[in-house]
Design a protein around this ligand. Sequence first.
Ligand SMILES: CC(=O)N[C@H]1[C@@H](OP(=O)(O)OP(=O)(O)OC[C@H]2O[C@@H](n3ccc(=O)[nH]c3=O)[C@H](O)[C@@H]2O)O[C@H](CO)[C@@H](O)[C@@H]1O
Ligand SMILES: C=C(OP(=O)(O)O)C(=O)O
Length: 436
Amino acid sequence: MNTFQIVGGNPLHGNFHPQGAKNEALQVICAILLTSDLVRIKNIPEIQDVLILIEILKTVGVKVIRNSKGDYTFCSEEIDFDFLKSKEFRKNGAQLRGSIMLLGPLLGRFQEAYIPVPGGDKIGRRRLDTHFQGFISLGAKFLYDEEEKYYAVTAEELQGNYILLEEASVTGTANIIMASVLAKGTTQIYNAACEPYIQQLCKMLNSMGANIQGIGSNFLTIEGVEKLRGTEHTILPDMIEIGSIIGLAAMTKSEITIKNVSWKNLGNIPDTFKRLGIHIDKQEDDMHIPAQEHYKIQKFMDGSILTVSDAPWPGFTPDLLSIILVVSTQAQGSVLIHQKMFESRLFFVDKLIDMGAQIILCDPHRATVIGLNQEIPLRGTMMTSPDIRAGISLLIAALSAKGTSLIHNIYQIDRGYENIDGRLRALGADITRVKI
Ligand SMILES: CC(=O)N[C@H]1[C@@H](OP(=O)(O)OP(=O)(O)OC[C@H]2O[C@@H](n3ccc(=O)[nH]c3=O)[C@H](O)[C@@H]2O)O[C@H](CO)[C@@H](O)[C@@H]1O
Ligand SMILES: C=C(OP(=O)(O)O)C(=O)O
């Protein structure tokens, strides 16, 4: 088992280059299935989830060329549908959440698609109703093999429709967009998710010849076209990684400049960290976080305790709440963290409590944090990473802590952060990857 050994307490210093966005990569890589032409994608993060998706594409017949690090060309002339129904595919496809987005483009281009129940983080129930209701609205038949845990969607022909999504699901919206770009007629998707990931997917599809309007809003209009062509696309910097580094800098009293963050695509992420009292300077497209001895959590205007909660974009992303929580443990003041979307994402606070943090887990969705104001450091300990964002939060806690920590199950961190140990060592972190 791979483990991180971390000696905490050193302030870090230097420039950090964010990787390409994981969640955008998973969408746009699936979108290459919509054309038989070459599609080149740059700034692909070479993280576990993305590498597994690329391997899956290879096994179903997609030709993949790695031009250089993070720069790939894909060609999906033919798809091996027999393999899509095989046991091996069931095993591979179940490994990550993002594989669910193979369905939309396969259904859109070939009128049939198969996928095992996908994996991803164990952070609560993650239903897929939105995806399948959308496909059914476009005229697809839906089958679920309960024994084999396997989904199939097929159609004679997809026909555009008005679809009001039950919830603004990110991967659900991406899937329905990809299914409808080649459908007959007009598709309207209302209550669509509009994260930068989705905006980027739509822009890429339009550059392939699709006709999508309303990009960035929750109402998308898609005029179906006959065929899509090849394109070149560059993935945005990962806003979740950027948020993670802001948290790391504050918690470890470090001065870090995050390079080329694409400010205009960060929504309210910088302001949410600022509400915890963290200074953040905009330097052209870089983000400078000065070393700070203390940071003080703001209150609401009526003087009541701050709540930070998640919401679909342009609300605050749920993927950064665990990081907000860990950073709050060393702030001055108190905050209520309310994770509305997922019901099992806050349980990792037990580990932080073991390390000395003052947290009351009110219920599975809410935790109150009473900050230690950097007066008492957390204590190093042994822990296991339960999910990707809890994992990075524990890593941040360990880097700030007094003494040595061990974090097991770091696969959960590698899933979403490329060579995180190497990149943090370059900033001065004492972190080693060990086999135990
Ligand atoms: C591969 C990928 O892109 N994963 C992201 C994607 O997952 P994913 O697309 O799987 O997540 P969804 O957007 O479908 O929903 C996430 C959870 O939030 C709930 N929900 C969603 C919308 C809503 O209006 N109300 C509501 O309660 C859903 O029931 C579900 O439990 O979006 C999530 C929500 O931003 C992120 O945490 C994941 O990192
Ligand atoms: C929950 C996440 O990932 P996934 O949807 O791939 O499990 C995440 O990126 O925080």
